[in-house]
Design a protein around this ligand. Sequence first.
Ligand code: ARG
Length: 594
Amino acid sequence: MNATNASQSSEGVIAQLKNRFEQALIAAFGEDLAGADPMLVPTSNPKFGDYQSNAPLALAKRLGKAPRAIAEELIQQLDVSDVCLPPAIAGAGFINFTLKPEYLAARLSAFQIDDRLGVEAVKKPKRTIVDFSSPNIAKEMHVGHLRSTIIGDCIARILEFQGHEVLRLNHVGDWGTQFGMLITYLREVCPEALTTADALDLGDLVAFYKKAKQRFDEDPDFQEKSRHEVVRLQSGAEDTLRAWNLLCEQSRKEFQVIYNLLDICITERGESFYNSLLASVVEDLEKVGLLVEDQGAKCVFLEGFQNREGQPLPLIIQKSDGGYNYATTDLAAIRYRIQQDQAKRLIYVTDAGQANHFAQVFQVARRAGWIPEDVDIEHVQFGLVQGEDGKKLKTRSGDTIRLRDLLDEAVDRARADLEARLQEEGRQETEEFIANAAQIVGISAVKYADLSQNRTSNYIFSYDKMLALQGNTAPYMLYAYVRVQGISRKGEIDFQNLGSDAKILLHEETELTLAKHLLQLEDALDQVGQDLFPNRLCQYLFELSQKFNQFYDRCPVLQAEDSIKTSRLMLCDLTARTLKLGLSLLGIRVLERM
Ligand code: ARG
């Protein structure tokens, strides 16, 4: 890229600077340096400029020169005059970059007619599978599944926005031994259900499951029948399949209620889907010589996983009774996703408790040669949701919380907060307004509380914290958006019609700081697209609202003289649009008033 068109390019700032940096490295030190990492990051302190490279320090050994000397030579070759003020060398040999106000203003002005706010679609879209949510039929859909649902949906939204082709898959547990007991129990309590549709209202399937499990635990005869039922299911016996379908339908309806509440789009492709492919997993592992028979079971001995005696741990692929495991299904799924779906990136979103499972399955698939070099496979893991007592989240009476109740309570509390505020402010609003606002605030609060945490840590579920109007919360973010809309209402401004010659002018410190941040959306999304930590996007948006508030406190908008007023209105509008877009990628809808 040449120096004249930088302000028209919508490449992220970091990508743009990296590009120039790589050229300078080659110009200064030869082709050998092609591909060397420019080590460019946003600075932690504005007194070091906006971006910093510590490549000169990293390259000192390799080039046999002092870092500061390397920095000098680099700067001479570096052509960034259209983007930055002259780069400065600092400390032991850092290079600091400060963006030019004209560059910032030109880039941001172009966002005025750009719905993507400068975020370019990726040049090489990857077909990606996000395996998330994935609850188990007839078992509780618990807060772990809630986290997977929220995080997985957010990751899918971001990758889709970046231009990747994403397949969202719900790997529901619809094919386990639990069906043996369920169906045996069904035969006992309502045999008609096996032959006629709607003969039985299964009501709460989880309660039904508990009763079946109880029978299983206390009655050996029932156990025997259940095992037999699993075999019949796996061999496709018609009446058993009918019963199985009935159970799945019931669960599906219950899951859908949650997905509707959370605005989740996902395609069900449960474990049963891979049933016919399991035998060939065994055969093919056998062919590549990985399969070992151990006490009647067929297993692969793992590298790097040992039992207490230091012996390699086996991953059981087929049990001695011929049955298959959770891992076998995942092996079949990996092959299907790579070969049939042609996916180049496989993402699995589950709790950290499954880290070993995925590491083992990935290892076996890799050793079997099923994962080509150009395919990435990643377990996106997350920590536990805890109650305010730091223990597993429970109801007051000690039961597990139903997700439905948890979400309803968030909405009820959001409503109570809103009604109190309306009363305080003496405002009258329609029931429709209140219900809609409570719904959006309540659900957003739950999502945001989850996404804003570093996903690998445990987090404490607190309605009070997540619904607070202050702090890194959904209500705070939604309110920042509403605040800007308030400006346009108050000044009777149509943000879409600020005039074709409207220009951004950056004079005040807070304007510059805000402008720089507005330009970092693409870098923030790039980061999340790579390492799949949604909290980085939350942090970006939180800082954006803080920087906006600082700007708005210092710089009069509606009272400013004309050209400055237009420029500031543009900054307000860009902030609002960035918030709206960013929140939508978190799965959160904004309100125009609240
Ligand atoms: N059903 C599993 C559970 O509830 C999660 C499945 C995750 N996806 C996968 N491909 N294993 O723990």
